[in-house]
Design a protein around this ligand. Structure first.
Ligand code: MG
Ligand code: MG
Length: 277
């Protein structure tokens, strides 16, 4: 009934995506601030929900068919799509929180990972923190690549290259990928976290992507738990998930879901983000 929507946004549309990005960032920060042993993932969900509604926005996760929550909370061998609820966080847990906000018809989507301290298991904590750090690094490597990439495929190559250069034994999930984002949370194109033969669409102003590496210390094979959502590793090794929504515009790139536009994360890669004018 209508022409297929272009994957490239106009400058006005990019400006409209700034606020939902910042609300998404604030919702994740509200959840992050509560993370401690004994706190349930349901309490994190409530905090993120209150933040989003308090800013006049809506949880876009609640608009996903069959999903009733504001965040996904994935603990230990769960990599993504964990359902928040009664589970209380424990010392040594690695927990990934994913959330998004829709504001005035435009969407943000972002995720982070935290490792809870456990003085009785320092090796476990160090291994899981390393996993989170390398996964986060691979996200920033992918975002940095976007600053100079000619085609989308260069992002996945940068993500995979970062993992291989730091922890070649890690697995990168293959069945789950990043995506375009705009009027809908999930739009074309798919953003792979690994090298693919197809160079993919052209990178040029107007492209907005949710880049989201999902990485595990062991084999990348996963299964969906009986709840129908939670994606866990088959071998039980822990996972980490980091995500940002990023815009390419006339002046450069800007990380919509980071209050500093990604300046801190991009600095090690020699990339300076430019605000959307
Ligand atoms: Mg997400
Ligand atoms: Mg996403």
């Amino acid at each position: 009934m209508s022409l297929r929507r272009s994957i490239y946004k106009t400058p006005a549309q990019l400006r409209a995506m700034v606020e939902p990005g910042l609300i998404t960032a604030a919702a994740l920060e509200a959840a992050r601030g509560l993370i401690a042993p004994g706190v349930t993932t349901g309490e994190l969900d409530a905090a993120a929900s209150a933040l989003i509604t308090g800013r006049g926005a809506k949880s876009n996760f609640q608009m996903v068919r069959g999903y009733r929550h504001t965040i996904c909370a994935s603990v230990n061998e769960q990599v993504v799509h964990g359902i928040p609820g009664d589970r209380a966080l424990e010392p040594g847990d690695i927990v990934s929180i994913d959330a998004g906000a829709e504001y005035k018809g435009w969407n943000g989507d972002s995720a982070f990972t935290v490792v809870l301290d456990d003085p009785t298991r320092p090796e476990i904590v160090a291994e899981r923190q390393r996993l989170s750090d390398v996964t986060e690094g691979s996200l920033w490597a992918g975002i940095a690549a976007l600053a100079t990439a000619k085609h989308l495929g260069e992002i996945g190559a940068a993500v995979q290259g970062h993992i291989e250069a730091n922890e070649p034994g890690y697995g990168i999930l293959r069945e789950y990928v990043g995506h375009g984002i705009g009027r809908k949370m999930h739009e074309s194109p798919s953003v792979f976290n690994y090298r693919v033969s197809d160079p993919g669409p052209e990178v040029r102003p107007g492209l907005v992507l949710a880049i989201e590496p999902m990485v595990v210390t062991g084999d990348q094979a996963t299964f969906v738990e009986d709840d129908g959502w939670t994606v866990s590793t088959l071998d039980g090794t822990p996972g980490s998930h980091w995500e940002h929504s990023v815009a390419v515009h006339d002046g450069g790139i800007w990380v919509l879901t980071a209050p500093d536009g990604g300046a801190a994360g991009l600095a090690p890669f020699g990339v300076t983000p430019a605000p959307i004018a």
